[in-house]
Design a protein around this ligand. Structure first.
Ligand code: AR6
Length: 173
């Protein structure tokens, strides 16, 4: 029996009241534009303070990996920061790295007793990952995790900000 769902919605991830929301960060974890900028702006300075502690303690976040911080003033409990690959033609391991972003974020959320988690369309902005391929990888990684591992996640939401990602992701479910 399936006791979990994958939902595709259109919206702003900073407004989502999930146990964890995922940030499409960069290796420095020091903030940036796009969804990263929106999360730090809406969540306040506590998020960056946690990021600085993580970097001081264990260095930058490698591409495909994920770390967790407070969600500050956001309605979520945690922000999971993951670093998507920059698209460089697809022969530099980009698909596997993007797959790992979703998988590692889900594992970290599960380890923090999260039941609900929301993702943006990682790497499809300034990192230029082709949106249809990114959608296929995102949904495959989420489904592989939900169906093939021991976990307590009941709901995964992919929050699309732009119409193009929304359409592509909806048609792929
Ligand atoms: N809610 C949900 N999705 C959003 C929001 C939002 N508020 N704002 C933008 N998006 P990008 P990347 C979508 O560029 O490609 C940053 O500077 C947007 O429509 O934010 O992984 C980091 O610091 C797009 O589909 O992330 C890194 O340096 C998606 O978020 C770099 O950008 C991802 O676009 C990461 O690049």
């Amino acid at each position: 029996m399936r006791n979990h769902t994958l939902q595709i919605i259109k919206g702003d991830i900073t407004k989502i009241k999930a146990d964890a929301i995922v940030n499409a960060a960069n290796n420095s974890l020091m903030g940036g534009g796009g969804v990263d900028g929106a999360i730090h702006r809406a969540g306040g300075p506590e998020i960056l303070e946690d990021c600085k502690k993580i970097v001081a303690h264990r260095g930058e976040c490698r591409t495909g990996e994920a770390v967790v911080t407070t969600a500050g003033n956001l309605p979520a409990k945690y922000v999971i920061h993951t670093v998507g690959p920059v698209w460089n033609g697809g022969e530099k391991g980009e698909p596997e790295l993007l797959y790992n972003c979703y998988r590692n974020s889900l594992m970290l959320a599960n380890g923090h007793q999260c039941k609900t988690i929301a993702f943006p369309n990682i790497s499809t902005g300034v990192y230029r990952f082709p949106k249809p391929l990114a959608a296929e990888i995102a949904q495959r990684s989420v489904r592989d995790f939900l169906e093939n591992s021991e976990h307590q996640i009941s709901e995964v939401i992919i929050v699309c900000f732009d119409d193009e990602n929304y359409k592509i992701n909806r048609e792929m479910v």
